[in-house]
Design a protein around this ligand. Structure first.
Ligand SMILES: [Zn+2]
Length: 325
């Protein structure tokens, strides 16, 4: 998709303020409707089956945000943020800037920015943003990393590749709480990494971890120094081909484990989904395909739109039940 150059510069120069709210809305609208591929979703116009796809772009209207689109037939207005995760967000420029910080700045500095640092950057615009809002936005962005990981891993393209994997584990402690992180990395191209958090280091954690990853049970997995677990696991998971041979590539996984350990330093470990979000942010930023801020934003809106298409329609039966009541 072509995004016009003004927008492109704006997203990639890394300075966002409230004046630029319009540009944020413009980008969301362009991506959401793929430029001009708009159709009115009102009942009268029959949604995507409509023949009439003419619209006016709304600018400077008191009731609707800029870059909303108004159907020329039924006058229905759809805002750029409808059905996207930007809907209801008070500080869209701050959200855009968070995407910039998480992808570009963290990548450049090769480390995690904590909430206080992000707060210091964002509050400069006097937008009244709070630290809890920052954490909320960050979790929202991390969820896209989790989603995109799922999309990547389910791609049939990967079926044809030769694969070998290594698994590492390490423990983390906050107060009396000790948790275990398992990391799996594919050595061959395309490199895929997955990680999860467990309360205990035992057979069932490892079994659950391996079952939840993208590997099939006929593939080779390299486990290092896991001899105890390895013996029982081999019995229960007979299809898996375990080997300890390729020790020279071990550093590829230990490197990821070390980076994850640094990244998670000082973060609360009680909420497993949040920890997973932080781990995927680290994996995505440091080790996987690098998303530029604009690529990530485009991907986020594309995933939102995909979800709308996949959402099941309200069953007609319900209407009848309501009538009976
Ligand atoms: Zn219409």
């Amino acid at each position: 998709m072509d995004i016009d150059s003004v927008l492109y510069d704006f997203i990639n120069r890394g300075f966002y303020n409230n004046e630029n709210n319009k540009l944020c809305l413009k980008l969301i609208a362009e991506v959401k409707w793929h430029g001009d591929r708009y159709y009115c979703k009102s009942k009268k116009c029959r949604g995507e089956f409509t023949k009439n796809k003419k619209f006016e772009t709304v600018i400077g209207h008191s009731k609707y945000p800029d870059y909303s689109r108004k159907c020329c037939v039924c006058k229905n207005v759809e805002t750029p943020t409808t059905n996207t995760s930007f809907h209801g967000i008070n500080y869209i420029p701050a959200f855009f800037e968070m995407v910039y910080i998480i992808t570009k700045l963290q990548k450049e500095r090769n480390r995690r920015f904590n909430t206080d640092e992000i707060f210091r950057i964002l509050k400069r615009d006097d937008n009244g943003i709070s630290k809890s809002t920052i954490e909320k936005y960050r979790f929202q962005i991390q969820n896209y990393f989790l989603d995109s990981n799922f999309f990547l891993h389910s791609d049939s393209f990967y079926k044809e590749c030769t694969k070998s994997y290594g698994v590492e584990k390490f423990s983390l402690r906050t107060g009396l709480n000790k948790k275990w992180i398992y990391v799996l990395s594919q050595f061959s191209f395309p490199r895929r990494i997955t990680a999860n958090i467990y309360n205990k280091d035992n057979y069932s954690s490892l079994y659950n971890f391996l079952s939840g990853t993208f590997i099939s049970n006929s593939e080779t997995i390299i486990l290092y120094d896991w001899n105890k677990t390895y013996k029982t696991l081999k019995k229960k998971y007979p299809q898996l081909k375990f080997t300890n041979e390729q020790l020279e590539v071990r550093s590829l996984v230990t490197h990821i484990s070390e980076a994850l350990k640094d990244w998670l330093q000082g973060l609360p470990l009680s909420d497993a989904r949040k920890v997973r979000g932080h781990m995927y942010e680290c994996i995505q930023v440091l080790f996987q395909h690098y998303y530029t801020p604009i690529q990530l934003l485009v991907m986020m809106i594309a995933i939102d739109m995909q979800k709308v298409r996949l959402r099941p329609r309200e069953p007609k039966r319900r209407a009848r039940f309501n009538n009976l009541n």
